[in-house]
Design a protein. Structure first.
Length: 675
């Protein structure tokens, strides 16, 4: 079922009863007495109506004994605000010392909106046209519409980061070990999570059994050459106040002093060296946020921590940071400072809505998909307002759904905007109320013979079953919409949370590649396609294991010399042959097993060479118009040069280095020489 009539931003179909005094909003565009009833039209749902409570509005009315719900000054005329008209000594009746969040009537020195969002004429920070257009206060943040990056092509397919939740290895069903994961689409894979001790700042496993998984996990690079196994530190629960020992302020405490940071960094370096991880992803949820144990100093200290980590890592390890999609938590991130000291940014654009909406006065207990494209776009606008390079951004895609139990089971109200009572029934394997893994969702669809509803404008799907259960999720169609969206906005990649929530048939992995059943591709055809991808990836990884130096150059530290040549490298612009007495070295990365290798394609002096030729059972590793290699039978060097075309250096039994990158992966500078 496809839904194209509803708006892409979902609103409540009706408001719940409340004892708070309601204020009715007239949407005709004409001014009206705020105490006069007027029904608000909901976009895309013209037959429904909603009313708002005073507590839901940024500004409103007040009266003696009834102060402004937003803490503003209450004037004698019953209007809330922050200007002298409301706060003046001869006009104000309550909250007379109130200051605006931003702008002219804010607290001097602390009246600029964070992360360059707009300050409205009423003194509130935000990003919609109400804040950024007419009346926006210049000098207190940004103003006007954001400039969105725009691209053609498929940039978002160049980098795919998959997360693996170590807890999945001990589930009673849908148990997932690292070896169970489908790695086909991945360039990076992150183990989630590790912790650190809140007073010693030493790295510790999140769960007692995780140590047994680390070597299995980093060993995946042997299964898929070029794959980068990283480890992710932190996560939501690390900042909970209920942990023993209490880790809620651990990030803040560690980042607050140079000594603590250095102790932590030394432990991180030791951990990654011991277990063979290639990078670190930091998921601090969230610096600066008072409800998550944060303090104001976190904003600056986080950047200092990242800068020191990056300096310690050098080219050896990668570094990334996980970002929230909401302004509330993102406001404490120094985005430009973070970007300057990381390789890329992972944005969690898959948790925009959930059961927590029930206690939020701006959202309320209404079912909404957690991955709405319109709201994802709004979230990314926060990055564009801070001049973040989109190629450094990964768009988050969830392989699970947010589920709800509807308050009033009714076939006529099972769409976004209906009221929920609490989270949906826990899945039989993940056992978490309010969420279901993609594997569990697909079993529900099959067992109940359901036809999902697809809102193409929002890029979301949802199903209902058992009269009161509702879940929104992503499959092949909606995933491809999001990947295309990311590419159109020049993003450099995507991330998946999490790989272990896929079914044993790897249906979500196929969906990520656009070859799932939702994309109209059979399982048999998908298997053939993936086999081709695996072979192509392996061939590219083999060619990425070795590189040519420039004339007279030497291999970088750790690489070994395999052979020599003096000619030009195929498909390298402006490459020239070496002057007499100088050579190019073919350097191969540590961990490379070259097998048995030899040159092929030279057909004789004065003749062109057979470009790209390698005998059956061998792999093309490098090419050059010349070969300069010792021939033991001739007891001399073969110094043979093509008169057109190129020779091939071919190896049998070649095993690529697990430390180099395959196609589309970022490569450190020492690996980006000629090949």
């Amino acid at each position: 079922m496809t839904n194209t009539s509803s708006g892409s931003t979902y609103r409540p179909l009706f408001a719940l009863h409340s004892n708070s005094t309601p204020i009715f909003e007239n949407t005709t565009g004409q001014s009206a007495n705020p105490l006069v009833k007027a029904l608000q039209r909901v976009e895309g749902l013209s037959s429904r109506t909603t009313l708002q409570r005073r507590a839901d509005l940024l500004t409103g009315t007040c009266a003696p004994g009834t102060p402004c719900v937003n803490g503003a000054c209450c004037s004698k005329t019953g209007i809330c605000g922050y200007s002298p008209d409301e706060c003046g000594t001869d006009r104000c009746i309550s909250n007379c010392d109130a200051k605006a969040e931003c702008g002219e009537y804010g607290v001097a020195g602390n009246n600029t909106c964070p992360i360059n969002v707009c300050c409205s004429k009423f003194g509130f920070c935000g990003t919609t046209s109400d804040f950024c257009d007419a009346g926006c206060q210049t000098g207190y943040g940004g103003c006007g519409a954001v400039t969105k990056p725009s691209c053609g092509g498929s940039s978002a397919k160049q980098r795919t980061v998959g997360y693996y939740d170590g807890w999945s290895s001990i589930r009673t069903c849908d148990k997932r070990l690292p070896s169970d994961l489908d790695l086909t689409a991945l360039t990076h894979i992150n183990f989630a999570f590790i912790y650190f001790h809140p007073t010693t700042y030493q790295i510790v496993p999140m769960n007692s059994g995780d140590g047994a998984l680390y070597q299995q996990f980093t060993g995946l690079k042997k299964t898929k050459p070029g794959l980068k196994p990283w480890v992710s530190l932190g996560g939501w629960t690390f900042n909970d106040a209920t942990n023993t020992p209490n880790t809620q302020t651990a990030f803040s405490d560690m980042a607050a002093s140079a000594a603590n940071r250095q102790t932590f960094i030394a432990s991180v370096m030791s951990f990654m060296q011991i277990w063979g991880f290639d990078g670190l992803d930091i998921d601090w949820e969230y610096p600066g946020a008072p409800d998550r144990g944060g303090v104001a100093a976190d904003t600056e200290n986080y950047v200092i921590l990242l800068k020191e980590l990056k300096a310690a890592f050098g080219a050896r390890y990668g570094l990334s940071v996980t970002l929230p999609a909401s302004f509330w938590y993102l406001r404490w991130f120094d985005l430009q400072g973070i970007e300057a000291n990381t390789d890329f940014l992972n944005v969690m654009t898959y948790d925009i809505h959930g059961v927590w909406d029930s206690s939020n006065k701006f959202t309320g207990p209404y079912v909404r998909p957690p991955t709405n494209l319109t709201e994802i776009s709004d979230s990314l606008d926060l990055l564009w307002r801070n001049d973040i390079n989109p190629s450094n951004v990964n768009l988050g895609i969830g392989w699970y759904g947010r589920s709800f139990t509807l308050k009033d089971p009714d076939p006529s109200c099972n769409t976004p905007g209906c009221v929920f009572s609490y989270g949906g029934t826990a899945g039989e394997c993940t056992k978490s109320p309010g969420t279901l893994s993609n594997a569990e969702i697909h079993r529900i669809i099959t067992a109940n013979n359901l036809v999902p509803t697809f809102d193409q404008a929002a890029g979301v799907k949802w199903i209902t079953w058992n009269t009161d259960q509702w879940v929104s999720y992503d499959d092949g169609e909606s995933m491809q919409l999001k990947i295309d969206f990311a590419s159109k906005h020049c993003l450099g990649g995507t991330l998946v949370w999490s790989m272990d929530r896929d079914g044993s048939d790897h249906i979500s992995s196929n969906d990520r590649l656009g070859i799932g059943t939702a994309n109209g591709v059979s399982a048999a055809v998908a298997a053939v396609y993936k086999e081709i991808l695996v072979k192509a990836d392996l061939a590219a990884a083999k060619r990425s294991s070795c590189y040519w130096t420039f004339c007279g150059g030497e291999c970088v530290s750790g690489y070994f010399t395999q052979t020599y040549a003096t000619g030009q490298v195929l498909r390298v612009d402006r490459d020239s042959s070496c002057p007499s007495g100088e050579f190019k070295a073919l350097c191969c990365a540590p961990g490379t097993n070259t097998g048995t290798c030899s040159w092929h394609g030279f057909r004789g002096v004065g003749l062109s060479c057979a470009t790209g030729y390698c005998p059956a059972g061998t792999d093309l590793i490098a090419s050059n118009t010349n070969q300069y290699e010792w021939d033991s039978e001739r007891d001399n060097f073969n110094d043979w040069t093509c008169n057109g075309g190129s020779q091939s250096y071919c190896c049998a039994g070649f095993e690529p280095s697990p430390y180099t990158a395959g196609p589309g992966r970022s490569r450190s500078r020492v690996w980006s020489r000629q090949r």
